[in-house]
Design a binder for this molecule. Structure first.
Ligand code: 5GP
Ligand code: ZN
Length: 139
């Protein structure tokens, strides 16, 4: 299913042309319009799914191997020293396009390439509480 108002549906299905790094029956891989680094790519499913929570497991199981292939090729082809796999779910998490996508961001060792979180602290008591709150709902 596609969403008529979704830009990534149009790009993924070729309705809006894009430089395509990779394409198969399920996915199109394009480059981010505002790249964090040179080569920043996005894996888009051709069907519209809002985020990871509704992406069918069949596609979930295909997307990570594809990310690994792309990351390897970025290291070989672009001389990246590493890469980040980033995937935002919901506005609070920074998702701005509500069609599932996986960012593959090559890293070259420059300190200002990407914003990192500020490491916090935790205690065993807090971790046990968090674990119980999430664990009770794991299906
Ligand atoms: P999010 O913040 O939702 O995880 O990431 C959305 C990403 O899509 C952003 O990094 C943004 O630069 C990129 N983006 C938004 N619109 C377009 C577009 O029309 N074409 C391409 N190639 N990238 C886009
Ligand atoms: Zn869509």
């Amino acid at each position: 299913m596609q969403d008529d108002n979704c830009i990534f549906c149009k790009i993924a299905n070729g309705e809006i042309p894009s430089v395509t790094l990779y394409e198969d029956a399920d996915f199109r891989v394009i480059f981010d319009l505002n790249p964090a680094t040179r080569g920043h790519a996005l894996i888009l499913p051709k069907e519209h799914y809002e985020d990871l929570t509704v992406l069918p497991e069949e596609l979930q199981s295909k997307v990570l191997p594809l990310a690994a292939r792309i990351g390897r090729a970025m290291k070989e082809g672009l001389g990246a020293k590493g890469f980040n796999v980033v995937q935002n779910n919901g506005e609070a998490a920074g998702q701005t396009v509500h069609h599932f996508h996986l960012h593959i961001i090559p890293r070259y060792g420059n300190p200002d390439e990407m914003v990192l979180w500020k490491p916090g602290t935790s205690t065993p008591e807090e971790l046990n509480k968090v674990c119980a709150e999430i664990g009770a709902r794991l299906k």
